[in-house]
Write a protein that binds this ligand. Sequence first.
Ligand SMILES: C[S@@+](CC[C@H](N)C(=O)[O-])C[C@H]1O[C@@H](n2cnc3c(N)ncnc32)[C@H](O)[C@@H]1O
Ligand SMILES: [Zn+2]
Length: 274
Amino acid sequence: MLSRRTQGIQLLQQHEELFACPHCNTPITIEQSGRMSCTQNHSFDIAKQGYVNMLTHAVQSMYSKELFTSRKLVLESGLYDEVQQQLASYVKKEQTVLDTGCGEGTHLARICAMSGAFGVGIDLAKEGIIEAARHYANEAWVVGDLAKSPYKEAQFDAIYNILSPANYDEFRRLLKPGGAVIKVVPAEGYLQQLRQQVFADSQKESYSNAQTVARFHEAFSQVEEVRVTNTKKVERALVPHLLKMTPMSWHYEAQEAFELNTITIDVTILIGRV
Ligand SMILES: C[S@@+](CC[C@H](N)C(=O)[O-])C[C@H]1O[C@@H](n2cnc3c(N)ncnc32)[C@H](O)[C@@H]1O
Ligand SMILES: [Zn+2]
């Protein structure tokens, strides 16, 4: 059997044409040895877990390995199935899609498994990408910054941006003509049962996405909005992971007493075309 690193090298080599140097924007070639380099000789090494770190500067991420482990358990628990199915419906077989701020990769891996698209995930947080590469071998995983992304222009049929910060100038550069940006933002009821306890009596108890939605409309000439809402029963074992999956509840003190029977997933999906 091939090592995880060799699998990663082969996959990245098959999709070499997507990449450009984040320092100087010249094309990247990928050697059998796992060394990726540009024509100016900037180089990046594919790691033993099969991902590549293409950051141009050191980054201190606020997200830990523990957060991503919890996030993975929640994202694959079934709570997000309808959201993931809806997201997969926008792409098809043989298309190439980028997930920006992909975290531990479960959304992208599921979107690709359902649609047959080829997925590339990028995230600033190395801990997230290591988790992604460890579990999902069919997608290409990159540690990188959207502000200096390591891709050539016009490479992607769709760009996902799920509960993550956006960079619309960069998204427009990376999209193929006719491609779509698909952004997921929390809507009013998102994780409301959790917010109600963690932020009792505070404004953070409810969430408004009005500003984010308005910015999206400014960035794209054609926008479609789809709301996906559902409330599900929560398995007891998942409760601590729901608390750990987002920074919002890290400082919550009464974790032991915390109870949750149901949880609401309520998101707005924005589909934008240039
Ligand atoms: C709340 S998490 C969401 C992760 C994943 N999309 C999900 O739904 O589980 C936001 C992610 O955006 C990433 N991120 C923030 N700024 C970024 C940037 N400039 N470039 C790449 N990733 C970034 C963070 O590292 C983090 O993993
Ligand atoms: Zn270079």
